[in-house]
Design a protein around this ligand. Structure first.
Ligand code: CP
Length: 310
C-alpha cells in the first residue's frame, strides 16, 4: 500500500491545487488500492473508526455511490445527507448545516453542491477534511483523477498525448478539472463544442480551441465527450439536442479520424444518441465503465491520503 506521508492536502477542492508529483502520488496510491475491489472479501481496516459524511445537494449516481463504496471498503462509517432530507429545506444556511455536522465530529465530509465555491466555504466551518465531489461549473477533482488513471492504464504514460474534449465545456466542472490535470501531466488538450458552450479564456486554462470536430478528433489518443448540462443553462443555448447530435456527436465515422487505438471516455451520465451513438458508447474503444471502476480506487486513495494529513 502506498504511503500517505508525502501528501500535504487536508482538503481536496480542485485539481488546480495539485502539482504533477501530487497527481502521480494519488494515482500510485489508487493503483495500490484497486486490487481490493477484486477480492472476495472487499474490505480492509484502514479507516476503521473514521466517520465519512456524504453531503450531496445535487443528483449523483457514480460519485456518491463510489465514495460510499470506497469508504465502506476501507471500514469507515458512512452517512448520507441529501437536500430533501436535510434542514436546508427549512431555510438552514450551508454554514449552519456545516457547523451542526461539525459538532458531531466527522473525519471527512464529501460535498456536491450547485454553487461553485461551496466546498471552500465548508472548510471555514468544519475541522473535518472536505472533498469536493463537484461544485457548480467549477471543479470535479475526483472525476479528473479517475480519468487520468484510466488513460494511464490504457496508454502507460500521460505525457505527449492528444486529448480531445467535446461538448458543453462552459458548464462542465469535469472539463475544467481535466484540462488542468491533463496539461499538468504533459498532455495537450483540444476542445470543441457549440460556440455558445465554449467559455471565454479557455486558452488561459491551457486548452486549444478547435475550429471543427474533425480538427479536435484527428490523431487524438483520447476522445472525451461531455453531456449538455441543461440544468445549468438559464437560457436555451442550443436549438435542439437533435441538432447538437448532428453536429457534435462522436460517430464511428468521426472516431476513425482518431488514432486507431484511441479510447472513448465520458464521465456519465451519457445521453445515448446525443453525445455518443450506442455503437460507440458500447464499442471496443469505449472505456466508460473502466472510468467507473477506477472511480472507487481513486476515491479510496483520496480518503486514505486526507486522513494521513489529519
Ligand atoms: N461523473 C459524475 O459525476 O456522475 P454522477 O453525476 O452520477 O456522480
Amino acid at each position: 500500500m502506498a504511503s500517505g506521508k508525502a501528501f500535504a492536502h487536508h482538503h481536496i477542492l480542485g485539481m488546480e491545487q495539485f502539482s504533477r508529483e501530487d497527481i502521480s502520488h494519488i494515482l500510485a496510491t489508487a493503483d495500490s488500492f484497486k486490487e481490493i475491489s477484486t477480492r472476495s472479501i472487499k474490505k480492509v481496516p484502514t479507516l476503521r473508526g473514521h466517520t465519512v459524511i456524504n453531503l450531496f445537494f445535487e443528483p449523483s449516481t457514480r460519485t456518491r455511490l463510489s465514495f460510499e463504496v470506497a469508504a465502506k471498503r476501507m471500514s469507515a462509517d458512512t452517512f448520507n445527507i441529501s437536500p430533501t432530507t436535510s434542514s436546508t429545506t427549512k431555510g438552514e444556511t450551508l454554514a449552519d448545516t456545516a457547523r451542526n455536522i461539525s459538532a458531531m465530529h466527522p473525519d471527512i465530509i464529501i460535498i456536491r453542491h450547485p454553487c461553485s465555491g461551496a466546498p471552500l466555504l465548508l472548510t471555514r466551518y468544519v475541522q473535518a477534511a472536505v472533498i469536493n465531489a463537484g461544485d457548480g461549473a467549477h471543479e470535479h477533482p475526483s472525476q479528473g483523477l479517475l480519468d487520468l488513471m484510466t488513460v494511464k492504464e490504457h496508454r502507460t504514460t500521460l505525457s505527449g498525448l492528444k486529448v480531445a474534449i467535446v461538448g458543453d465545456i462552459a458548464h462542465s466542472r469535469v472539463a475544467r478539472s481535466n484540462i488542468t490535470g491533463f496539461t499538468r501531466m504533459g498532455s495537450a488538450v483540444y476542445v470543441y463544442g457549440p460556440a455558445t458552450l465554449i467559455p471565454k479564456g479557455i486558452d488561459q486554462l491551457g486548452a486549444t480551441l478547435c475550429g471543427s470536430l474533425e480538427e479536435a478528433v484527428r490523431d487524438a489518443d483520447v476522445v472525451m465527450t461531455l453531456r449538455i448540462q441543461r440544468e445549468r443553462q438559464n437560457d436555451p443555448l442550443l436549438p435542439s439536442l437533435r441538432e447538437y447530435a448532428r453536429q457534435f456527436s462522436i460517430s464511428q465515422r468521426i472516431l476513425e479520424l482518431a488514432r486507431p487505438d484511441a479510447i472513448v471516455m465520458h464521465p456519465g451520465p451519457v445521453n445515448r444518441g446525443v453525445e455518443l451513438p450506442p455503437e460507440v458508447a458500447d464499442g471496443p474503444q469505449s472505456v466508460i465503465l473502466d472510468q467507473v471502476t477506477n472511480g472507487v480506487a481513486v476515491r479510496m486513495a483520496l480518503l486514505y491520503l486526507v486522513m494521513g494529513t489529519a
